[in-house]
Ligand binder design. Structure first.
Ligand code: GLN
Ligand code: ZN
Length: 785
């Protein structure tokens, strides 16, 4: 029954994957240098070899017994899988031989196009390759901020073993003395996340063509000495239909019969198995990994698992940066492991550590108390080793680690840095009137119309103007101390003044200040709010060579002083036109941060909402008539399972209402969402009750407005008419055509005219003619309407 390969004396520590970017972002610099032509293929490949060797060594050093290989990637593991199985769309003109790096990167980033430059924290790229080959589509990996390249499969798709990367990296590790457990993205998850240009075609139907390639890889891994492989099927935490369930049965039965000598650790993560439990348990695999951080209730069901199955317990949070409470974990685990028997248990992070920064030791500037609460990938491995020791040899054997963990847990429970009685009192004092505007939209709209007296189809922009190299250089010079506060402020004032004057000259109706003073739409606010900390090296891969450094929301949030009022005042002082104030909303601030795990997310969000509410009040008091509260990340916070959507949307909408409802009727609240799928959330959008919402629509031919029409959405809407993800300047006629489509779905009094999103990633040479054309389109429309 038991699997003899795992020694019974100590509990193995397994790693499902490790960050690939390097502690000092070595991979980013190597990639970008290669792409720019400054270094050659050989240098890039050597960097990869070095990073992998360092990753294996680091994991071994920190006590990992089950070390992964093939978790490294130059760009993305889904792209690697597409290439492995030869799923390379024709436009990339692959000739069937070994896949050149140039082809790989063309799929990742497009060819002859420039990569997205500035700091757009969400995913839009590949679009710039307007004149060459476009990149594959990119989308978020489950509910993470990691973006993968979406496999593109045709109805008549053929698969073939086109890249031997899993085998090569297994051999590479072996040559260095590591017996690894290679990682593959599972065939069902791969197909389930794939897209096809052929309408109505389900890529899952390609499974029987795909499996032979997987089997070829698995056979060869087994032949070369691999005992185990890890196959990731995170689709097992989604709502699965019968087709997907059957696909799983079929795939793993085929694999088991074709490669019986190889043991498969089937990895699930980002949630619980839920209704897929029976499916998962009936698959003929040697091991099953469960995420016990996201779905801790699964601990109680373990003893019902088939006893020939090795269980990999995902105990340490691979999605967040908090130090674990080891004693509490042991309290839960000891009885379960006693019952299961040590021989069938491994302990592991909940998922790959790809989603957390590498090493907390690099954070020399962090406040020591805050630092004592955190664990990055290296520290998480140390925690696992301590857990493993305590579970196999008793707690005394891990005394020092347990003591440090206890101390951190106690200090987090009581530290005045975290707990602010004033914030608690304010949250407790939230009442119904705080969630409602004084009047309904129709009445507010009447007073707002009188106040602003805007023309029909008013024109505006979303907030930011180009963050040029010049602007970024000034910011970093100021951060270095090379530019004084005074000089920097003067510089920003000049940028702002020029931008305001320019907007006035071209005839925009509602102006913005341009956001030149902001490094990032979340960080800028986090830095001014109590309760947030920032790391120096806490980079996490977002996509390709683009990494983000999310703020750490560690404590109760409050706003010591106004954050944006001065810049708004300065900008408004330059013009008689309405100057729209610009804020980031509570849900977006939350969703783009590492969030504390000692209170519910909803609670943390409510605290941020109160802080933003204060800012809204101060802006109104200073005279701002229009205040935009961006909720760019509201939709991406949707839970993976539909059954959990309502709870999330309820508190997300509640937070928005809390921050925006304290204003008078004549103050116009705007919001902005830069995506184009509203079917699932239109009810929530309605409940937010913003006076004006601007959305991304230019690429969807206004079809997404159907859902607003069908819902009879009554408030005002600015459907984007200018695709800011492309350097191309839209013609007047294209924009009037889009507006014509919008008018078929909305009433004229609802419509605003604006770009899809902020302009920070564009160049002034593109923005100037594009916005001038947009204003001209509005004028044409007014003349003809
Ligand atoms: N106001 C922000 C900007 O214009 C909004 C950015 C966003 O939605 N991602 O840059
Ligand atoms: Zn946007």
């Amino acid at each position: 029954m038991s699997t003899s390969t795992i020694s019974t004396s100590s509990l193995p520590v397994a790693s499902l994957g490790t960050p690939r970017i390097g502690p000092r972002r070595e991979l980013k610099f190597a990639l970008e240098s290669f792409w720019s032509g400054a270094s050659d293929e050989k240098a890039l490949i050597e960097t990869g070899v070095g990073l992998r060797a360092a990753n294996w060594a680091r994991q071994k050093k920190f006590g990992v017994n089950v070390i992964p290989s093939n978790d490294f990637s130059f760009y993305d593991q889904m792209l690697d899988t597409s290439v492995m199985v030869g799923a390379i769309p024709e436009i990339y003109r692959w000739n069937g031989g070994p896949v050149p790096l140039a082809t790989y990167f063309a799929m990742a980033r497009g060819a002859q196009g420039k990569a997205h430059e500035a700091s757009c924290s969400h995913a839009h790229h590949g679009q710039d390759a307007a004149h060459g080959v476009p990149a594959l589509e990119m989308t978020k990996w489950f509910d993470t901020n990691y973006h993968f390249m979406v496999p593109e499969l045709a109805k008549d798709q053929q698969f073939t073993l086109a890249s031997r990367k899993p085998i090569e990296e297994y051999e590479e590790a072996k040559a260095l003395g590591y017996q690894t457990r290679p990682v593959l993205v599972g065939p069902v998850t791969f197909l389930k996340l794939a897209k096809s240009k052929d309408a109505g075609f389900n890529p899952l139907s390609l499974l029987d063509r795909l499996l032979p390639v997987y089997i070829e890889v698995l056979r060869e891994l087994a032949y070369r000495g691999a005992e185990w492989v890890q196959i990731d099927e995170p689709c097992l935490v989604l709502d699965l239909d019968i087709v997907a369930q059957q696909a799983l049965h079929y795939a793993y039965a085929e694999i088991a019969s074709a490669v019986p000598q190889l043991k498969v650790m089937l990895a699930t993560y980002f949630g619980g198995l839920g209704a897929n439990r029976d499916t998962a348990l009936s698959l003929p695999v040697a091991g099953l990994h469960l995420d016990l951080v996201r779905a801790p209730e699964q601990i109680d069901e373990l003893t019902g698992f088939p006893d020939d199955r090795v269980l990999s317990l995902g105990l340490i949070d691979g999605r967040n940066i908090w130090r674990a409470d080891l004693s509490r974990l042991l309290d839960r685990l000891e009885p379960v492991i006693a019952e299961l028997g040590k021989h069938r248990v491994q302990i592991a992070p909940s998922c790959s550590l790809l989603h957390v920064p590498i090493d907390l030791a690099l954070e020399t500037g962090l406040d020591p108390e805050i630092k004592s609460w955190l664990a990055f990938s290296v520290q998480k491995l140390e925690e696992l080793t301590a857990l493993g020791t305590a579970l196999s040899d008793g707690r005394a054997a891990a005394e020092a680690s347990l003591k440090a963990s206890d101390q951190a847990a106690t200090s987090r429970k009581t530290s005045p840095r975290i707990h602010d009685a004033k914030v608690a009192a304010r949250v407790a004092g939230i009442d119904e009137p705080m969630r409602f505007r004084a009047s309904i939209f129709a009445e507010r709209a009447t007073v707002q119309r009188e106040r602003f007296n805007l023309p029909a189809f008013p024109t505006t922009t979303i907030g930011s103007f180009p963050q040029t190299t010049d602007v970024r250089n000034a910011r970093s010079a100021h951060a270095r101390g090379a530019l004084t506060d005074e000089a920097y402020k003067l510089y920003l004032q000049n940028q702002t003044a020029r931008t305001v004057r320019w907007q006035e000259n071209i005839g925009l109706d509602v102006l913005v200040h341009g956001e030149f003073e902001r490094n990032d739409m979340v960080q800028y606010f986090g830095e001014q709010l109590a309760g947030f900390a920032f790391t120096a090296h806490g980079w996490v891969q977002s996509y390709g060579s683009r990494y983000v450094r999310p703020p750490v929301l560690f404590g109760d949030v409050s706003r010591p002083k106004p954050m944006t009022v001065e810049w708004w005042q300065y900008a408004q002082s330059l013009t008689k036109k309405p100057m729209k104030a610009m804020l980031t909303g509570p849900v977006t601030i939350l969703n783009w941060s590492f969030v504390r795990d000692d209170i519910p997310r909803s609670e943390a969000c409510r605290q941020i909402a109160l802080a933003i509410r204060d800012e809204v009040a101060d802006l109104e008091a200073a005279g701002a008539g229009m205040i935009q509260i961006d909720e760019a990340a509201l939709r991406e916070g949707l839970p993976l399972r539909k059954s959990e959507w309502k709870v999330y949307l309820d508190w997300a909408v509640d937070a928005f209402r809390l921050c925006s409802s304290g204003v008078r009727d004549e103050t116009q609240i705007h919001t902005h969402m830069c995506y184009s799928e509203f079917n699932d959330i239109i009810g929530a959008i309605g409940a937010m009750d913003a006076d004006v919402i601007s959305i991304e629509t230019s690429r969807s031919k206004m079809e997404l407005l159907d859902v607003f029409r069908d819902y009879r959405y009554p408030n005002e809407i600015g459907p984007g008419v200018y695709d800011i993800h492309s350097p191309r300047v839209p013609e007047i006629g294209e924009m009037t055509a889009l507006l014509k489509l919008a008018r078929m779905r909305l009433s004229d009094t609802q419509i605003w005219i604006n770009p899809d999103c902020g302009l920070k990633t564009r160049k002034w040479e593109e923005v100037r003619p594009a916005l001038a054309n947009m204003v001209a389109a509005a004028r044409e429309l007014r003349a003809s309407a």
